[in-house]
Design a protein. Structure first.
Lengths: 490, 103
């Protein structure tokens, strides 16, 4: 039996059919079995998890109230602050950092009585599209162990894909939930910017970062979003609007759904098999009665340039706090005060992090600020205008997630620009703040997963999830499992 | 953005601004890589952004206030718990005064 959905596990615990301690024990066995092959986690605490599971089981046995996700084992990305274990961001500079507070979403999961079993691997400080930039170890794709799981939330995607847990949380700044979801054949959602509090998410690009779920399907993503979304006064960019029950109304008929398709997403550079799978997916909507509407997003070709200037500029500012003074790694023998900063950062940060800090610093520096940073912000306005106009005509936009399926380990690691170009279809959603989801829509001839991306207007997650769910009711790609997966007799 | 080549001198200057201590080999490597990346960024020059306002933030932002009452914060011990060097109730650092290298 492979790991069921979040809903199924949740219901089985609630109905006292299978206790939480059994599910959590299974997760731990899965982790111990699969970790030598996939390396999805940076840390896990079996004792703590089992203790929490038993506590939930006891409360249920006594008929006491429990939270909405009571007893369900989950994983979270290791850039979320937790007061237990370490919070490393997969960086040497935070290898022994113990956060003094829990992230808002961690508190929400705890209030729902979920059991967070461990923290997953990522590209260092979420900077990357393959999880190869982790300072600690590689994470391998369970669909092909010689390939990357995608990034930066590679560990979380793998944890769900190979059945360690029914769901996980990741973060998405330029595609970091959606792209690994597509490489690993799971469902990954980036909510609207401001929908979920970033308090306790170690910042990479503050105007772009958003936390979201990686799950087996859209229904599970809706449940997890319902739990983590909502106002938090500790994040001033978090909106104070009601959180709908995203799981309600998912089964509503497709009706007159208008699906926008932009030629800009299907041009040069798109792998032929990815193109076919996505076109077939769009056809599923057509056959279901949706109207496919051609739209134009003329500034999309500038999205990567605009994104990488803005995100590195913001990152250079956000990562200035890692200076070897108050927390994190400090160099052993600083020559003087300035050397505490320079040597600690040089020794503590990996090459990709340092490269992005350099790029961002340059873009913001005197003499270049207008030409790079300000220019990128203006282009961002134009990209946003394209999306606003498109959403006047369509309900959702359908396109690929990634131009290629999972790349081989080491394939692009020496070519930063080639790696950045993996984000070509995903970065626009972060630049504009719109919600976007990746759902499995096929397998290539080599057996590699392909993802379909759907985008909706800001705060239209209900519409987005309904559209994704409608696709999953008519197809079964999201039920496929990789060869490397935890499967034991029920 | 006419010339997108970053010289090694510029790389060293940026590294100093970013408080990074790059090796000579890295200065050379970053010079090539950053020039390459900035060359790609130059495509933004194709876009006419006259009279286009910049978007720093996708949501309309305004100051968020709370009532002026004392709430719990980090305790001293919590704040110092991750200090690389603790001196009583302070973070210990090398001497700041009489440093020649300055800003």
């Amino acid at each position: 039996m492979t790991m069921p959905t979040l809903h199924e596990v949740r219901d089985a615990i609630r109905a006292k059919k299978t206790p939480s301690s059994q599910w959590v024990a299974r997760t731990i066995r899965a982790i111990e079995t699969l970790e030598p092959q996939v390396g999805a986690l940076l840390q896990w605490d079996a004792d703590r998890a089992l203790q929490q599971a038993r506590a939930v089981d006891e409360r249920l046995a006594r008929g006491q109230a429990v939270g909405e996700l009571a007893g369900v084992p989950l994983l979270i990305k290791d850039n979320f602050c937790t007061t237990w274990g370490a919070t490393t961001c997969a960086s040497k500079i935070l290898a022994n950092f113990h956060a003094p507070y829990d992230a808002h979403v961690v508190e929400k999961l705890a209030a729902a009585d979920a059991v967070i079993v461990g923290k997953t691997n990522l590209d260092e400080f979420a900077m990357g599209s393959s999880t190869e930039n982790s300072a600690f170890h590689l994470t391998r794709n369970p669909w092909d162990l010689n390939r990357v799981p995608g990034g930066s939330s590679g560990g979380s995607a793998v944890g769900v894909a190979c059945g360690m847990v029914p769901a996980a949380l990741g973060s998405d700044t330029g595609g970091s939930i959606r792209q690994p979801a597509s490489f690993c054949s799971v469902t990954g959602l980036k909510p609207t910017y401001g929908r979920v509090s970033r308090y306790g998410l170690i910042a990479y690009g503050s105007s772009l970062d958003q936390i979201g779920p990686l799950t087996r399907d859209a229904r599970d993503a809706a449940l997890l979003l319902k739990i983590i979304a909502g106002h938090d006064p500790r994040d001033s960019t978090c909106v104070d609007t009601p959180v709908p029950d995203y799981t309600a109304g998912l089964d509503a008929p497709i009706g007159t759904l208008k699906v926008g398709v932009a030629a800009e997403y299907f041009g040069q550079g798109l792998d032929g098999q990815v193109r076919s799978a996505v076109e077939e997916a769009i056809d599923v909507y057509r056959k279901a009665g949706a109207t496919i509407v051609p739209i134009q997003l003329p500034h999309m070709r500038y999205a990567i340039a605009s994104y990488y200037i803005i995100v590195t500029a913001e990152a250079s500012s956000n990562l200035a706090r890692f200076d070897g003074v108050h927390y994190g790694y400090r160099t052993a023998r600083p020559a003087d005060y300035i050397d505490v900063y320079c040597a600690s950062r040089q020794e503590g940060f990996g090459p990709e992090v340092r490269r992005r800090i350099m790029l961002g610093t340059y873009a913001l520096s005197s003499g270049y600020y207008d030409a790079y940073y300000l220019k990128a912000l203006k282009v961002r306005t134009l990209i946003r205008g394209d999306f606003e106009r498109a959403f006047e005509e369509v309900d959702v936009i359908a396109c690929p997630v990634s131009p290629v399926p999972a790349i081989a380990i080491g394939e692009r690691i020496d070519d930063p620009l080639a790696m950045y170009l993996l984000d070509v279809y995903t970065a626009s959603a972060n630049l504009t703040g719109v919600p976007a989801i990746s759902v499995p829509c096929g397998l290539t001839a080599e057996g590699l997963p392909v993802g379909l991306q759907l985008m909706a207007p800001p705060f239209a997650e209900e519409k987005l999830l309904r559209a994704a769910h409608a696709y999953q009711q008519r197809t079964d790609w999201h039920t496929r499992r990789p060869a490397v997966a935890f499967d034991e007799a029920a | 953005m006419a010339d997108t080549t970053i010289t090694k001198t510029e790389v060293r200057h940026i590294a100093h601004l970013a408080r990074l201590k790059l090796s000579d080999e890295e200065v050379a490597r970053f010079s090539a890589q950053l020039s390459d990346i900035l060359g790609y960024m130059a495509t933004l020059n194709e876009v006419d952004t006259t009279d286009v306002p910049p978007t720093a933030h996708t949501l309309p932002v305004r100051n968020v206030f709370r009532t002026d009452e004392v709430t719990a914060g980090l305790t001293l011990d919590a704040a110092l718990a991750n200090a690389p060097q603790r001196e009583g109730s302070f973070f210990g650092v090398p001497k700041v005064l009489d440093q020649g290298s300055g800003a």
